[in-house]
Ligand binder design. Structure first.
Ligand code: 9Z3
Length: 366
């Protein structure tokens, strides 16, 4: 077969999803985690509970097999981790497919906060370590919700790092979730790279910047096509391939009965609605949630075939936390620049409502 022809779809030159999985390595942890996920899904399917796959965090694109350097997509994991909590509150079981070491449901309140988690602690008179009195109530509430999720085995945490791991996991979990039918929900908040280094173009060792140590690109690589990253004089040249359109596969082949919600991240306000609409039309799934990098915590754009376009916005007065005390159900932290209202507390009930309507529709004949 001529070079490249194995990898490309003959109609448009892009790699197909099937080619992708045939030529990029399966993560070593996938089979073990898949067995765990199957048991989790079976338990909740037998109870008739809805299951949401929430993806979260950025995906990396390693430049070397023994990875020293990589490209990353922006995402702290706030959207995913916060949404996962609200899905649990809405009665869903949640598979949380997240970037390793990004924010996690519940622990997010302490792990990456502007305070070190030790600042929440103090010693009592007996010398035992206890929670500072000002954080007692908030921590008791988070702890209660966390324990409930654990008791009900309602939260499964699965980590990924690279975009390759993410794609393998997404496909595997989609297959596992098929028996859920319309009770399955995909909420794709992870920031997924559009580009990657295919296995056959990945160099093995750290790319040497010094001209005195330049490797012969071909001997360092896997052979075949030229390595995706290599030195050209003093410059590092990176030439990435496009990631195949996995969302198309998810909608059409991997999870045709589930509700699918994707996120669209933009920085140019002139493009957001256009791109969200384009994605909805192209993939024909249920909902695209558009957000701008700079305003993602206060406003999102819902674009759906049924509901058209509408903004969900936190009012200006609630976009920063007040300095003192608690604010209803919401937690306040004088150091933090987080909004007083978590927009996910509005997004998730809307998504759950649309999901209910979809389930209802799938039950009614004709
Ligand atoms: C998002 O748009 C997420 O809302 C954010 C969340 C990454 C902005 P944080 O984790 O940020 O709260 O810091 N995700 C982007 C999803 C994405 O990459 N979508 C792909 C695309 O737009 C296709 S599914 O092409």
């Amino acid at each position: 077969m001529a070079e490249g022809s194995l990898m490309k779809n003959s109609t448009n030159g892009d790699m197909t999803a099937a080619d992708y999985f045939a030529t990029n390595p399966k993560p070593a942890s996938l089979d073990r985690q898949s067995t765990i996920a199957r048991a989790f899904i079976e338990q909740h399917a037998s109870e008739g509970r809805r299951v949401a796959l929430v993806t979260s965090g950025g995906t990396t694109v390693p430049l070397e097999n023994q990875t020293v350097r990589f490209i990353d997509n922006f995402s702290a994991g706030t959207r995913g981790a916060t949404s996962a909590e609200y899905f649990l509150e809405a009665g869903y079981a949640v598979i949380f497919l997240h970037r390793h070491f990004s924010l996690l449901p519940y622990s997010r309140h302490y792990s990456h906060s502007t305070n070190c988690f030790l600042d929440f602690m103090t010693h009592n008179e007996a010398g035992a370590v206890v929670v500072e009195s000002e954080y007692q109530q908030q921590m008791a509430e988070v702890l209660e919700r966390y324990k409930k999720a654990k008791r009900e085995n309602a939260l499964l945490l699965l980590p990924f790092t690279t975009v390759n791991e993410y794609l393998w996991y997404l496909r595997e979990l989609a297959m596992q979730m098929r028996p859920l039918g319309a009770n399955g929900l995909f909420y794709l908040a992870a920031a997924v790279s559009d580009f990657f280094v295919p296995a056959e173009r990945m160099v093995e060792h750290k790319i040497q910047s010094s001209e005195d140590f330049h490797q012969d690109a071909m001997t360092n690589g896997q052979g075949g096509r030229a390595p995706a990253a290599h030195m050209d004089g003093k410059s590092l040249m990176i030439d990435l391939d496009p990631v195949p359109k996995f969302l198309k596969q998810l909608v059409d082949a991997w999870a045709p009965q589930s509700m699918i919600v994707s996120f669209k991240l933009e920085t140019d306000p002139a493009l957001l609605a256009k791109k969200a609409r384009y994605a909805l039309e192209k993939y024909a799934h249920h909902l695209v949630i558009g957000n701008m990098l700079s305003t993602r915590k206060w406003e999102v754009l819902f674009v759906s075939a049924d509901g058209g376009e509408r903004w969900i916005r936190v009012p200006a007065s609630r976009r920063t936390k007040s300095i003192t005390g608690r604010d209803g159900d919401l937690w306040e932290n004088a150091e933090s620049r987080e909004p007083a209202i978590e927009i996910e507390s509005w997004i998730v009930p809307e998504v759950a409502k649309m999901h209910s309507q979809m389930i209802e529709k799938s039950r009614s004949p004709g």
